[in-house]
Structures are given as structure tokens and as C-alpha cells.
Design a protein around this ligand. Sequence first.
Ligand code: SF4
Ligand code: SF4
Length: 90
Amino acid sequence: MILRFGYADGSGEFYITLDSEKCDGCGVCVEVCPKGVLFLAPNPFDPLEEVPLALVREDARNRLKYLCVLCKGSPKPCVASCPNGALEHF
Ligand code: SF4
Ligand code: SF4
């Protein structure tokens, strides 16, 4: 399942997506994020699943434009760090 966090406004689209099938809960993306945007949480779709997922903090979901602006380059550090290609940022 593709989880989509973020929003669009007059200046563009600001989304982070996570492929829950690819995320193995390793936590690398959480460690590299300088703004604490990502965190590990129990799988919201499968309470019996022991592997956590990387999710976007609720209070960050409507501020990605400002929180992620300092991460230059493409792909962004969170995306580049994921060994499983589970994250996209646009
Ligand atoms: S772009 Fe930077 S600040 Fe935004 S989630 Fe990725 S690592 Fe964190
Ligand atoms: S780096 Fe990738 S696999 Fe690891 S927790 Fe983050 S999204 Fe999931």
C-alpha cells in the first residue's frame, strides 16, 4: 500500500510517500532526517505485524514545504538513505 503524506498549495506539491510493502522498519531514514519529520510506528493497517513502518509525524504533514526546504539535492537524504526504495519525496 502506498501511504501519502503532505499537501499541495499555490506554490507546489509537497508529498512524501511510503510503500508499506517495501519498508522493513530499519529506521535509517529516521536517523538521517535533520528535522525529525519521520518516525517509526506500528503498522496502522496490520496490528499483528511486528515490523514498524516509517511514517511522517502528524504535526509535520502540513509543514513539509518548510521543514524539508534545507535538504538540497535529488533525491532527498531520506529517499537516498532507504535501502529498499520505499520512500519518495516530491
Ligand atoms: S527532505 Fe529532509 S527534512 Fe524532509 S523528510 Fe527528508 S530528510 Fe527529513
Ligand atoms: S529507510 Fe526505508 S525501509 Fe528503513 S524505515 Fe525508512 S522507509 Fe522503511
